[in-house]
Design a binder for this molecule. Structure first.
Ligand SMILES: [Zn+2]
Length: 54
């Protein structure tokens, strides 16, 4: 059960992962969200701005 990194097409093992979980590409270290497990797929995780202060 592997998906391809949308950035570099490295294979990413999705075994024991859940939809919505964040995984990191072992090759390019992209932050990826698991979007599908039946047809394993990941998408680049949206960049969350941790800017809670003003
Ligand atoms: Zn990658």
């Amino acid at each position: 059960m592997v998906a391809l990194c949308p950035e570099c097409e490295a294979e990413i093992d999705l075994q024991n992962r859940l939809v919505g979980e964040i995984v990191y590409c072992p090759d390019c270290n992209a932050e990826l969200e698991v979007t599908n497990l039946e047809q394993p797929a990941v998408a680049l995780a949206p960049r969350v701005e941790e800017d809670w202060g003003e």
